[in-house]
Design a protein around this ligand. Sequence first.
Ligand SMILES: C[S@@+](CC[C@H](N)C(=O)[O-])C[C@H]1O[C@@H](n2cnc3c(N)ncnc32)[C@H](O)[C@@H]1O
Length: 256
Amino acid sequence: MPNKDSWDSLYTVKSYEGDYELQKPEITILEILKDTLKGCRMLDIGIGLGRTTHHFAPLVKEYIGMDYSFRMINTYQKTFPDTPKNVSIRLGDVRLMQEFQSNSFDVVLFSFNGIDYISQEDRLLALEEIKRVGRKGGHFIFSTHNLQYVDNLYSIKFGNGLKYFLYQCYRYLRLFYENGGPGKYRNKDFAFLNDGAHHFQFQTFYIKPLAQIAQLQNLGFKNIRLFSVKTGDEIEKSQSNGANKDSWIYYLCEFP
Ligand SMILES: C[S@@+](CC[C@H](N)C(=O)[O-])C[C@H]1O[C@@H](n2cnc3c(N)ncnc32)[C@H](O)[C@@H]1O
């Protein structure tokens, strides 16, 4: 099934219900930016059921939330029918955002790895579009899966009972069937993998942090900072080269 259809499925939408907490690196980034947000125009891409809306919308002047899944947007609007005055919600795809003028947003957010469900070519299109709508000196925040985590994807943990052990064996074999073994990815910078999320419904983009930094730099993004999903702390530049094994990483950078 194409990723867009998987996002639109009732099963996937339901799995996001009730998740309204910020993730640790989002808390850190919000703390860094909080004094600059008042007066900002913000675009939140891939809002899903609006987890980030509750935290960011009250802090900015204007907040636009967008998602390409009709069911996500529809469920969000049904759950929260009283839209605050400064909030508007749209159906739209990050790859083609003609409805938005160039240089029109101070902050763009694409949270919880939403950017990982398109191909490498489309990712470049998406990043170009994001760069186009962002104002010079404004901020782009997003997270993406870490290809340095791949070995952990295939790991089997003991001590949680037979049923869980058998499930992990199934998962291990299915990962092998879908993607081949983890060794295949050690010398790659990025890969499109079926990592088992939502019962193996998605093809997901994984990228090494240094390759992600280079991709952003090639597009002109500046002051790129990385944050750990496990601790919320900033990741040392030296660590991002091979050592960091977080499953995904948050990036904060400035528009050129
Ligand atoms: C992992 S969910 C995250 C939802 C929410 N932002 C959060 O952090 O809880 C990713 C969201 O990105 C949306 N998405 C994926 N690709 C997209 C695209 N090309 N354009 C717009 N939205 C997209 C999906 O429909 C989904 O709602």
